[in-house]
Structures are given as C-alpha cells and as structure tokens.
Design a binder for this molecule. Structure first.
Ligand SMILES: [Fe+2]
Ligand SMILES: [Fe+2]
Ligand SMILES: [Fe+2]
Length: 425
C-alpha cells in the first residue's frame, strides 16, 4: 500500500480546537485527577465574568487556564502539586511551561501568565510585567488553588459532595486574601464557590462547549498552517519527551528519522512532513502512563505491560481529534504493530500497514535502541543492527525500509544519538 493518493494538506483545525486538543493531552498527566486544566479554565472564566473583564481577556484566561500546567510531564509531579496550598519547588513546572511556550510562536502569548501562575499576589505586584499578564496569572493561580481545595475535600467521596464543603473552601481562600491572591478576585471567587451550580457545571464536555460558544475571535478562529501544526506538535513532543530522562528527544528524533527515511523511500514531501508530525506525536498517549512503569528498571509484569500498551490508543484518540481528515492518527498509533501480526494494539497485518506506518515502526525501534534505558546503557550501531536484523528476517519490520536505513546507517545513528536542543532540518 502506498500513499499515492497523496494526503495533501487536508488538516483543517483552528487555533481554538488545537488548544482544546492540547488540553486533552495535558490532562492525561493527571492520571487519577483528570481534567484539572479544564476546571481551572472554567473557574477562571466564570470569575472573570464576575469581575467584568473584557471578552478578549476572558477568552484569554480560559485558554491560558486550559494549558497552564504544560510544564508538568510527570504523573508524580502532578500529584505533588495536589498536596499543599503552596507546595515547595513549585517554580520548576512554571519555568518549563514558559520555556516550551516561548518556542511555540502560536502559543507564546500565554507564556508570561504561565510563568507566574503560582506567584503569590504580594510578589506579583512587585514585578515589572504588563497588567494584563499579571491579572491573568493571578486569576489562574486562584482557580488552580480552588481546584486544589476541591480535590482535597472530595478525596475519596462523591464529587457532588463538594457542595458540603463550600464554607471551608471560602474560608481557605479568604485566609490568603491579599497574600497569595488578589483581594477582589478572592471576593469574586467566593461568590461563585457558594453556588452549588458552579460545581455541578464543572464537567469537561460542558467546559469545552463553552469555548465553542465564545464570541468570534480572529486569533482563535484562524486555521493552523502546516507550520502551525508542526509548532504545536513539537511543543507537545517536548512535554512527552520530558517525562523521562531516558526518552529525552525520542519523539523529536523519531520524527526526524521518519521524515528522512520517507524521503529516501520516495514519499512525497508533503506526506513526509505529515509523517514528521506523526513521529512527533506517536507517543503522546504515554503522558497517561504512570511514571513508575516507564522508569522501571527490568522487565514489566504482564499487568504493567498491559497498561503500557494502552498508550497507542490514547495517541489515536488524541490525533483523531487533532487531525480528523488525515492519516496521521493511523500512522502514529500503528507504531507498535508488526508486519507478522505480532504487534499491538490491533495485531495488524501487512495489508493494513502502509509505507509510512512501516517507516515509523522501524525508526521507533531504531531510535529506542540507540538511547540509554533505565535497565541498560546505550548501544553501538552494530549492536543495534544485530537486534534489528532478526526482526526484519522474522517479517516483523519492513525489509525495504530497513535497507534504506542500512544504506546510510552511520548518518542515521549519528542523528539519533546526537544531543542538541532544537533539531531542525
Ligand atoms: Fe501549576
Ligand atoms: Fe495546575
Ligand atoms: Fe510507543
């Protein structure tokens, strides 16, 4: 099967839907505290309504709220943020989020607000930053900590019962009025907290619907170009790769290798670019895999392996919503399929695996073998090929793709192992 009916650039997604898809990916990190980003967006937006913010500013705080924890990749780190009102070492994820955003021009407008989204109000007023960003940062902080209180009081009980704790939530917020939080924001949030409906409306589907009903906005309504898609894909790839020191650059490298091999295989430039996007996002579902399993030294148990395998499905769900009319989701979620039907999650056979899927599967194995892992050091090129050759001979990996890789193996090995911050072609 080839891609002769060239994919063309049929990705039609506007910025609004792209940020919603990014938020879904970020919510994976919560594992058992899902949709934190959605709730923060909702609470901040509702509070901005009470504060009579302009439409633009309200929409801004909503979208910034959705992605505010983009500096958190690790499930353990997410749990730590849920332990205390003002946990220690909080700035790490703020700085990392900021750094990711400033490298992604489409989303860099949110960078300052994200950098300061845990800065106490007392410190925030001393900073020389635009009032707009200060307000947005302060409101996200307040919404974030209100969600922390929600999690604290509903832990182990039915979500609806948060309404029994409205007074305690209010008390906690008032205790930090002026120190942690901007006073008028606390007053506005307390008005909301005391209404049961405020909590009942905190459903992800309802929260996403709010964004679709927002008034027209030139920025959020504009369609992403291919360059914009790549920017957002690289932004997400960095979050995935930051989850483990052993997978650092994995997504970026797989994407790069897949694109180069695709070109060598005669795939049209545009399809090679789309395969690059699929490579960047192929492991996006791993954000939902508990850290413990990814970092485990030694073999996984059957139960653990079963959990790890599921990341392919999460990748598929995400990419279907990102790129509904494209093969990107299919290519990305096929990366653990094997031509002899021994792969996962669908045990697909050769007739179901097109050339881009075969390329991605092969370079994923190649790149993973060239990296250090918790249970072993890195391997030399000949050691890597020694492992891959039997996989090709057993009919698991495509022999033609393997030959293309082999023809320039030194170069591909170097690209795969080289350490550099921003890989560009
Ligand atoms: Fe945060
Ligand atoms: Fe947060
Ligand atoms: Fe994977």
């Amino acid at each position: 099967m080839d891609v002769s009916q060239s994919e063309q650039f049929r990705i039609t997604i506007d910025v609004r839907h792209a940020i919603l898809a990014v938020a879904t990916v970020l919510d994976f990190v919560g594992v058992d505290d899902l949709h934190h980003g959605h709730r923060v967006a909702y609470m901040a937006y509702e509070c901005a309504n009470v504060l009579n913010w302009s439409e633009d500013k309200k929409q801004f705080v909503y979208f910034a709220g959705l992605i505010h924890d983009c500096g958190v990749s690790s499930t353990n780190e997410h749990l730590r943020l849920l332990k205390l009102m003002q946990p220690e070492d909080i700035s790490f994820h703020c700085v990392r989020g900021f750094e990711g955003l400033i490298k992604c021009p489409i989303l860099d407008r949110f960078s300052l607000a994200i950098l300061y989204h845990h800065t106490p109000w007392q410190e925030l007023i001393e900073l020389d930053i635009p009032e707009f960003d200060r307000d947005v940062a302060a409101l996200i902080f307040l919404a974030d900590r209100t969600d922390f209180l929600r999690a604290r009081y509903t832990h182990g009980c039915h979500e609806e019962l948060i309404t029994l704790y409205e007074n305690l939530v209010t008390e906690n917020l008032l205790a930090h009025r002026e120190t942690l939080f901007k006073p008028e924001m606390v007053d506005a949030m307390c008005q909301l907290v005391n209404k049961d409906g405020f909590w009942y409306n905190m459903e992800p589907a309802h929260i996403e619907k709010m964004a679709l009903d927002f008034k027209e906005n030139y920025f959020y309504d504009s369609e992403l170009s291919l360059d914009g898609v790549i920017q957002i894909a690289r932004f997400l790839a960095k979050i995935v790769d930051a989850k483990s020191p052993f997978t650092f650059y994995h997504s970026e490298k797989v994407a790069l290798l897949a694109k180069l091999v695709a070109k060598e295989c005669g795939i049209a430039d545009l399809d090679a670019e789309l395969l690059y996007v699929a490579g960047l996002l192929h492991d996006v579902g791993k954000l939902k895999t508990p850290d413990l399993l990814l970092h485990k030294p030694g073999a996984l148990t059957r139960e653990e392996y079963s959990i790890v395998k599921r990341h392919t499905a999460y990748t598929a769900f995400t990419l279907h919503s990102f790129f509904p009319n494209s093969l990107i989701a299919q290519w990305a979620s096929n990366h653990h399929e094997r031509l002899d039907g021994s792969g996962y999650p669908f045990r697909k056979g050769p007739e179901q695996l097109d050339l881009p899927s075969r390329i991605l599967a092969l370079v994923d194995v190649f790149q993973a073998l060239t990296q250090k892992r918790p249970y072993r050091g890195s391997m030399s090129l000949s050691e890597v090929l020694e492992i891959m050759l039997p996989m090709v001979q057993q009919g698991k990996l495509d022999s033609n793709v393997y030959d293309v890789l082999l023809a320039d193996a030194d170069n591909f090995y170097q690209l795969s192992t080289q350490e550099y911050e921003d890989i560009k072609l």
